[in-house]
Ligand binder design. Structure first.
Ligand code: C2O
Length: 536
């Protein structure tokens, strides 16, 4: 492979959207940030220099970082933040992966504006397992907030209130012409009739799962989270924060202008959502005076039927060239409940603060990186006593429980022997309210072997697992009031963060980590830390 070098300068820049200017944190003054293009097998060096007053840390979402957690990026998990005025070079190999991933800030809520695409082209001579597109477009979905993101976090964390919703969704940083002052903040894709296009769609939104559709056009899903899928054609997509989806779109309609539009999937009652972002699919030669049409097939915000049936269609390609290596036997069975609750808070408005937990444990961020503590055997930073199952089973999805909303707190993680096969069932609960949670595991892809509504039944449900061609991904939605079972082989030693990719829930404590032990072999242990690893 080649060596690909990038320079990321973290700088604050004034950006205006929706008739409103504000300073935002950027990479190289760009919003969204620059795209990283690499080829499978390359070594990537990204030098991040922090010129802003915020601490910074960048995560390469979906890159497996074999033995190399030092380049993974989550602050206080695998590194201390890059402080103002300092630099750090993320140095990693891209092996055994190809497709669309992305990168984002992994500290506080700074990924609101600090994110970009990471495209891995297949090795020379290895074509896509689908028709070669004429051209490709990167589509980054995001959110725009008028308020300073720091203020929004403070409101949620320090005051104990749910933070405000964003003011608009965005496509490549642009909300589209349905918003005031946004005519020039509209993303357009120019297409030629009869040609096929590859759209690399990334959900970088902080807190919203999104539906997306293009008026008059269908989309053929060919890849999710940088893993090829069995192609299927759909009217709309569902994509959770953290996830990526590659689709083929054929420009096979009457030449014109068509809206691509987003809408959040929120199946708990919310006020009417008017944050719909639009972009335009523009046939070559059609004047801008032609009014675009909106996609009538875009699902309503509460369309959980569409969501369930869409997710069921996702299957790994599973060919000899791209096999699905699903663990058939399980060494370690884990069952984690996901709960939203309340904890006492003396300085909070209502004397309580919203909180979130796994197995009733709210994760407390450490003061130094967990990976350093693990590597240097520093005592007292974390405990490896995270329970394999909840303290007491209960009717997880029954009537809302008002008692027992309090959680215990700690920096508690689970220790996994090298190469063990792990099954983790994530069970949503109705402690405060049921809600859909997109879970992301660092350092691995996993197979989504099963999912269902209601309480997981450990005798019946495993019989229906798909152990042949389940979707392989790095982020999966746990359905509202339901469960999802994933499997992976713990063959990557290190400390790997796992969390809900809704930033709000992460900051409420919906996170933990796996400490995967070193293997006995010569190339099965965590690599030594790089010299420029930021100090705490
Ligand atoms: Cu995309 Cu831990 O993050």
């Amino acid at each position: 492979g080649a060596i690909k070098k990038y320079q990321f300068d973290i700088q604050v820049k004034n950006v205006s959207r929706l008739c409103h200017a504000k300073p935002i944190v950027t990479v190289n003054g760009m919003f969204p940030g620059p795209t990283i293009y690499v080829t499978e097998g390359d070594r990537v060096l990204v030098n991040v220099t922090n010129h802003a007053r915020y601490n910074m840390s960048i995560h390469w979402h979906g890159i497996k970082q074999y033995r190399n957690g030092w380049a993974d990026g989550p602050a206080y998990i695998t590194q201390c933040p890059i402080q103002s005025g300092n630099s750090y070079t993320y140095d990693f190999n891209v092996t055994g992966q190809r497709g669309t991933l992305w990168w984002h800030a992994h500290i506080f809520w700074l990924r609101a504006t600090v994110y970009g695409a990471l495209v891995i082209m297949p090795k020379q001579g290895t074509p896509f397992p689908f028709p070669q597109p004429h051209r490709e477009f990167n589509i980054l979905l995001g959110e725009w907030w008028h308020a300073d993101v720091e203020e929004i976090v403070k409101q949620g964390n320090d005051m104990g209130l749910p933070p405000n919703m964003s003011d608009a969704h965005t496509i490549n940083g642009k909300p589209g012409p349905l918003f005031p002052c946004s005519e020039k903040h509209t993303y357009a894709m120019e297409v030629e009739p009869g040609k096929t296009y590859l759209l690399r769609i990334i959900n970088g939104a902080l807190n919203d799962e999104l539906f997306i559709a293009i008026a008059g056009h269908t989309m053929t899903v060919v890849e999710i989270d940088a893993v090829y899928t069995k192609p299927f054609t759909t009217q709309a997509l569902l994509i959770a924060p953290g996830q990526t989806t590659n689709v083929l779109v054929q420009a096979n309609q009457v030449p014109g202008r068509y809206y691509m539009a987003t809408r959040p999937f929120i199946d708990v009652p919310i006020p009417i959502d008017n944050r719909t972002a639009t972009a335009i699919l523009q046939y070559k030669g059609i004047p801008n005076t032609v009014l675009p049409t909106l996609p009538s097939q875009l699902p309503e915000s509460n369309d959980s039927t569409f969501a369930l049936s869409y997710n069921k269609k996702l299957k790994s390609l599973n060919t000899p060239q791209f096999p699905a290596t699903v663990p058939q036997k399980v060494d370690r069975k884990l069952f984690y409940t996901i709960g939203l609750g309340r904890n006492p808070c003396s300085k909070c408005v209502n004397r309580t603060r919203l909180t979130a937990s796994l197995n009733n444990i709210t994760f407390v961020m450490p003061q130094i990186g967990l990976l350093q503590a693990h590597y240097f055997s520093t005592k007292g930073v974390f405990k490896t006593d995270f329970p394999d199952r909840p303290p007491k089973p209960f009717n997880y999805t029954g009537a809302p429980l008002t008692a027992n909303l309090g959680t215990s707190q700690g920096t508690r993680v689970s220790k996994i022997p090298f190469n063990a096969t792990v099954e983790l069932v994530l069970q949503d609960t109705n402690l405060l309210t049921v809600e859909s949670h997109p879970f992301h595991l660092h350092g691995y892809n996993f197979f989504v072997v099963g999912t269902g509504i209601g309480n997981f039944n450990s005798t019946k449900d495993p019989a229906n697992y798909n152990l042949v061609d389940p979707p392989e991904r790095n982020t999966v939605g746990v359905p509202t009031g339901g469960w999802t079972a994933i499997r992976f082989r713990a063959d990557n030693p290190g400390v790997w963060f796992m969390h809900c990719h809704l930033e709000l829930h992460t900051s409420w404590g919906l996170k933990t980590a796996f400490v995967v032990e070193d293997g006995p072999g010569p190339n099965q242990s965590v690599l030594p830390p790089p010299k420029d690893l930021p100090p705490c």
